[in-house]
Design a protein around this ligand. Structure first.
Ligand code: ASP
Ligand code: MG
Length: 269
């Protein structure tokens, strides 16, 4: 019976990695090119790579400001239609950057990637993820790039998951694909004992369990959205929070009994 594994030439198992890049990692076109290189590196190391992106820099805030300057209480449906546009820009530019660097990628909206949600505009919950097209792209040897923070409701309307929702999109995609790890790329080297941009003596936490991470998220640590950690805990999905500006390992958030050494795509330190 086919166990669903594939093997590299040296008989090690090909890992399936979901990488999520936040707004600060794709703030301008130079950053997008840098991220494209990193994705290709991961792919060339023998992994399958599916990517979830946020909107570039402050795009989402700018879109909201534009809406507010027209109507301080815009229709919720139109607001979600507007906000989903941000991720559509970053996903297509990132896909182009991967092409221009000599590799291949397909970008998908939340709806194309099979993110089915309930009807709560602006705060939708994911009901199911059916990532057939993403899987197909990976089978063809391409990178799949998925717009974060969005899905589609039963009526076929675009929905958004609430601010910071791309982390949750990434974990949900990783779970639906059966990925080996979900890497969350940000602008700091992982989760710290305090904000390293403010407290210089803050220490990086190399490994942490879901419960402790949930406590930190609910205490206002902005590194990961609370819902994303809850989702990862529910399905035992290993998370690796790391910087897209360095190759250092970040913070691993792991289910009990999983050895950090078993997580793919770690940097040898
Ligand atoms: N772009 C959305 C936001 O700024 C989603 C995300 O970044 O996770 O909230
Ligand atoms: Mg954002």
């Amino acid at each position: 019976m086919d166990a669903g594994y594939s093997f590299r030439e040296d008989w090690t198992i090909v890992a399936l990695i979901v990488q999520k890049y936040g707004g600060s990692s794709v703030a301008d076109t130079d950053s997008i090119k840098r991220v494209a290189k990193r994705i290709i590196e991961t792919k060339n190391a023998g992994n399958d790579v599916a990517v979830v992106v946020s909107a570039m820099g402050d795009t989402t805030d700018d879109l909201i400001d534009q809406a507010m300057s027209i109507d301080s209480t815009p229709p919720a449906r139109e607001m979600d239609m507007l906000m989903t546009a941000g991720e559509r820009i970053s996903m297509s530019l990132l896909s182009m950057a991967i092409h221009s660097a000599g590799s291949h990628a397909y970008s998908f909206t939340g709806s194309q990637a099979g993110f089915m949600t309930d009807a709560r505009f602006g705060a939708a919950h994911i009901r199911a993820v059916k990532p057939d097209r993403v899987r197909h792209a990976l089978e063809k040897g391409s990178v799949a790039i998925v717009a974060g923070f969005q899905g589609i409701n039963e009526d076929g309307d675009a929905t958004t998951l609430g601010r910071g929702g791309s982390d949750t999109s990434a974990v949900a995609l990783a779970v639906a694909l059966g990925a080996d790890v979900c890497e969350i790329y940000t602008d700091v080297d992982g989760v710290f004992t305090a904000d390293p941009r403010i407290v210089p003596t803050a220490r990086r936490i190399p490994v942490i369990d879901y419960e402790s991470m949930l406590e930190m998220s609910s205490c206002g640590s902005k590194v990961l959205a609370l819902r994303c950690v809850e989702y990862a805990q529910r399905f035992g999905m290993p998370l690796h929070v790391r910087s897209s500006f360095s190759h250092r390992n970040g913070t691993l958030i792991l289910p009990e009994g999983i050895s950090p050494a078993s997580v793919p795509n770690l940097t040898r330190e």
